[in-house]
Design a protein. Sequence first.
Length: 313
Amino acid sequence: MSITSSKPDAINVVAVVGAGFLGRQIAAMTAASGRQVRIADAIPAVAEATHDALRDYLKQPITNGGLDWNLDDVLARITPVPALAHALDGAGLMIEAVREDIPTKRAVFEEASRLNPTAYLATNSSSIMSAKLADVVSQSDKLVNLHFFSEFWNRSMVELMGCGETSDETMRALEAFGTSLGLFCAVVNGQSKGFIINRVWRAVKKEALRVVDEGHASPEDVDRLWALFWGVEEGPFAEMDKIGLDVIADIEDSYISVSTDPADRRSTTLHELVARQELGVKSGSGFYDYPDSAYEAPGWPKPADSDTNAENP
């Protein structure tokens, strides 16, 4: 994956708020485009660990040729900072990647708007529309959703959606920003909860969880069938484990809170795992146990094992 060096005007310094799995990847993509990045987190030690974490995350895609980066050069442009004020100072764009919780996000955006009233403001939220944040910022014309995807070397795309008050100039500038990272930037028309991909992905998650909640199948059997049918290596439960089941639960709750479908309810299986702090890969157990999960073991269906035509089941 190559990243171009063209930089839209006024977006030469970018603040990334939230130094988790995806926030760090956003910082890396942005730095690889030649920009200076400042990354902050509510827990300063998490931000400070960004360089070591990125060396670990990116080792395989760089070694395998998925990224043609000099990692030292990329990391040299990422500066962990202790607070939001340090990140926003002089930044042309803030990208927020904190937990999927509206009060938390509103607090971040309210402070960011006060600290830097001229910056573009973007939430990476996969389920919360930026319209929910518009009333706490002074520059709602510069407010958007800019939704990135994890493991960007395999998913080189980003979704851009305005808040209902976003200016055309902002949409053009941030579409150019997304493209300058080497990503396909899909512009969402109007307001769509879940945007494009996650609206479809949510339907898959919901039905997969329902099948397990109702006792019709185990997570492993759902994933095996999915892998064989679509010719892929991982199914929806493996993907949820990688994202983090606490994150999945927050996202699901945000959908349920606005749903008018009486059948749209919390997953018992999911919330029991979260209550036990079995959160997936990051905690060592979730729908699967880690390391050496079932879907990574010999005998699990691989793409070459399936010649099924999904268009003709």
